[in-house]
Design a protein around this ligand. Structure first.
Ligand SMILES: *Cc1c(COP(=O)(O)O)cnc(C)c1O
Length: 382
């Protein structure tokens, strides 16, 4: 599917007609095992943790969307990150951002720090800052861009140059941008990670993760961990995500359209002190966002002016179209209070240093009619 454009790949990549019936939709191969003719003689499938045709179709599809060679799907985004960190050994060091998804921070500090892996949480808005933390033990640079929830932009190409020079793996969490807006492998990253739960799935009905790489050796190691540790997704979820991805390009167009309108509306709103969205020309890394992303998406964070936690909670609970919930990237618009919801596992001091204050709200702008979203914001912020 290399020569096709994004929307065509979203619909067709990996989705060959079923060989036994011609079914246009990849069947849900709901099976844990496969019958063998005699020991070891089978059609390439032995046990479903290792291989399942529905999952394989989805993996081919996601690989195509990132113009990547290999993809592995996991039972959650965290499951996929866990596999990447398991490439490391005690004593190895990781350089990562200081404004990460809360669950990533929790896994690094509460799980893998106990296994002797050292994490440096640094400001990455100037990629050259990474060089200050590289030493002989550095094995991985873990980048998230745009960051969650303050929408900082990290220059992937600049990070890739630093990683290559130091012989370090560069992994990019591409969840917020989705492959429609940003393709980190093309910018020099070694591994892409997605929380498929978000834009790829797109309908708030599946939890899943994915890794994409062009590097055969990294793929072999990750595939070994995938099968050995076993965080593999089931066929029903794989089917749902295949189905969701068929409209990814259409959804993303609308997320971007609505995101732009909502950002413009909130920018001059008297109740708002600060707004984070990479599409604004005065965003500190707007030029890099413009260079590495096709558009700016529907993720927006706002800081309410002079609002106590109680007032912030009241506003967060007064929406009628936006739903107060964790997660993002689905067709429904969501509002989230990171300090007590998605980022509650980050200590308050760390959180506030990264700008995640108690009066910050994060919006995941969905694909509803823009007039209804703007009216809802107007009444909630009145
Ligand atoms: C949600 C999310 C994850 C974790 O993915 P799950 O599918 O929830 O396990 C990781 N990174 C980012 C940026 C996320 O938004």
């Amino acid at each position: 599917m290399k020569n096709y454009r994004f929307g065509t790949k979203a619909i067709h990549a990996g989705a060959d007609p079923d060989p036994s019936t011609g079914a246009i939709m990849t069947p849900i191969y709901q099976t844990s095992t496969y019958v063998q003719e005699y020991p070891g003689k089978h059609k390439g499938y032995a046990y479903a943790r290792g291989k399942n045709p529905t999952r394989e179709a989805l993996q081919k599809n996601i690989a195509a969307l990132e113009d990547g060679k290999h993809c592995l799907c996991f039972s959650s985004g965290m499951g996929s990150m866990d596999a990447v960190i398991k490439l490391l050994r005690p004593g190895d060091e990781v350089i990562t951002g200081d404004d990460l998804y809360g669950g990533s921070y929790r896994m690094f500090t509460k799980v893998f720090a106990n296994y002797g892996i050292k994490f440096h949480f640094i400001n990455m808005t100037e990629a050259s800052n990474i060089k200050n933390y590289i030493n002989a033990n550095t094995k991985l640079i873990w980048v998230e861009t745009p960051t969650n929830p303050t929408m900082q932009i990290v220059d992937i190409e600049a990070c890739a140059a630093i990683a290559k020079a130091a012989n370090v793996i560069l992994a990019v969490d591409n969840t917020f941008a989705s492959p429609y807006l940003q393709n980190p492998l093309a910018l020099g990253a070694d591994i892409i990670m997605h929380s498929v739960t978000k834009y790829l799935g797109g309908h708030s009905d599946v939890v899943m993760g994915a890794l994409v790489t062009n590097n055969d050796s990294l793929y072999e190691q990750l595939a070994f961990i995938h099968n050995s540790c076993g965080a593999t997704p089931g066929p029903m979820d794989s089917f749902l995500v295949m189905r969701g991805i068929k409209t990814l390009h259409l959804r993303m167009e609308r997320h971007c359209f609505n995101g732009r309108k909502v950002a413009a509306y909130l920018k001059t709103h008297p109740r708002i002190e600060k707004i984070y969205w990479p599409g604004f020309e005065d965003h500190p890394n707007h030029a890099i966002a413009k260079k590495q992303m096709r558009d700016f998406g529907g993720m927006i964070s706002i800081v309410l002016k002079d609002a106590s936690e109680e007032q912030t909670f009241k506003i967060a609970s007064s929406f009628q179209v936006f739903s107060l919930a964790e997660s993002l990237g689905g067709v429904e618009s969501l509002i989230n209070h990171p300090a007590t919801m998605t980022h509650a596992s980050i200590p308050k001091a760390e959180r506030e240093k990264a700008g995640v204050v108690d009066n910050l709200l994060r919006l995941s702008v969905g694909v509803e009619d823009i007039e209804d979203l703007l009216a809802d914001l107007k009444q909630a912020l009145a």
